[in-house]
Design a protein around this ligand. Structure first.
Ligand SMILES: [Zn+2]
Length: 386
């Protein structure tokens, strides 16, 4: 008898569950149908070709200084509601370890957060064309600058470069240190390393009234001298995870954009390296921005998480969540004793393997990383491990 009653009760609850599921399915179908109907109207696409744009397009999400979503963005990133982190943030990588620099550039694990970085400027004719593009999309990037133009004896180069640097800061971007002359730091004496970093910081301070907090070595080439210097100055080493090798793609903005887009997809976001000294890299930005807008609109319709372009402070705050992964990787690399950090630092001496003269870094610096995996990175890292 008891068994039979239990059986009836189970049947009743199953029937209720089926009914609820059916109601949900009908509701979903109605909503989807409504969305499809609304979305079927063709609208002008970016080429003037009518494109089917899903309803309620979730355009590029980015956050203003008050921590609010800017007009077009309707997708709220994880901590957009919180106060913006102060600048500079507390050091993520106080020992300035190279491998940590690469890993942190991947950003928040499991997110699609994106940070744009532009190296080697400020360059009249290109950087000044990039700034309005970023402003229109409400993107705040990091610019790793080389100060040689700021003290050039050539005019109007010097004056224009200084004005562009002021404009870059005024537009809300962060200025980082990329040395004065863009040399291979591991080939220099300790004195010259110090000069390349500190004199660049002096030049930036002279123009802007503030010293840079972020540092990125030219070509990604690192040495123990550089590391020790960064530690002594409490500078944050910031590398990149997406490198389209734009310096090789002369006059080919389409390929630069495509490589960035492909890598953003493969790596689910990350720190993008571009050079604001190349016209084709600047011309790639509107293409990348349009792709992000359309991709986010599609993702929104499909109920998938959007890409979120963040300013450096928020991106780095997200990267802080990666520290436990990095420390776990350290523990693996260093055997069973997580307290011993044998990798990294003190022995990191690396010369960049191969690269062009103009551009950045080792050929696959920072590619091929799954956002969830603490990676082994470049040939340099192998050197840095012991
Ligand atoms: Zn560079």
């Amino acid at each position: 008898m008891g068994r039979r009653r239990r059986h009836q009760a189970r049947q009743r609850s199953q029937a209720l569950a089926y009914r609820a599921a059916a109601l949900l399915a009908v509701g979903a179908a109605v909503i989807t149908g409504a969305l499809m109907a609304l979305s079927s109207a063709p609208r002008p696409g970016f080429d003037g070709v009518p494109l089917r744009i899903p309803v309620l397009p979730r355009l590029l999400a980015s956050v203003n200084d008050a921590g609010q979503i800017e007009p077009l963005g309707m997708v709220i990133p994880p901590d957009a509601s919180r106060r913006p982190p102060s600048w500079p943030p507390a050091l993520l990588n106080p020992e300035a370890r190279l491998r940590w620099g690469w890993d942190l550039s991947l950003g928040r694990p499991g997110s699609r957060e994106v940070l744009f970085t532009f190296d080697d400027g400020p360059n009249p004719g290109t950087t000044d064309r990039l700034l309005p593009m970023l402003a229109r999309a409400n993107i705040h990037a990091a610019f790793f600058v080389c100060g040689w133009r700021l003290e050039s004896s050539e005019e109007p180069l010097r004056t224009r470069a200084r004005q562009i640097l002021r404009d870059t800061l005024a537009a809300g971007h962060v200025i980082g240190n990329h040395t004065v002359h863009h040399l291979q730091l591991p080939t220099l004496t300790p004195e010259r390393v110090r000069y390349e970093i500190e004199h660049n910081a002096d030049l930036i301070e002279e123009v802007l009234g503030q010293r840079p907090h972020l540092f990125r070595p030219p070509y990604g080439a690192y040495s123990e001298d550089v590391r020790r210097h960064l530690v002594s100055k409490a500078n944050e080493l910031w590398m990149w995870s997406i490198d389209p090798h734009d310096y090789l793609l002369v006059n080919d903005a389409e390929s630069v954009a495509q490589r960035v887009i492909t890598n953003l997809g493969n790596h689910a976001g990350g720190t993008v390296l571009l050079h604001d000294t190349h016209p084709w890299s600047v011309a790639a930005m509107p293409k990348i921005i349009r792709w992000l807008e359309r991709e986010n609109a599609d993702r929104e319709l499909a109920g998938r998480a959007p890409y979120v372009v963040l300013d450096p402070a928020r991106y780095m705050e997200g990267a802080r969540a990666r520290l436990p992964l990095i420390q776990a990787a350290d523990a693996l690399l260093n055997g069973s004793n997580p307290g011993r950090h044998r990798d990294a630092g003190p022995d990191a001496t690396a010369v960049e393997p191969t690269t062009g003269v103009m551009g950045e870094g080792p050929v696959d610096a920072g590619v091929a990383m799954d956002a969830a995996m603490p990676p082994a990175r470049t040939p340099m890292d192998a050197g840095a491990r012991d």
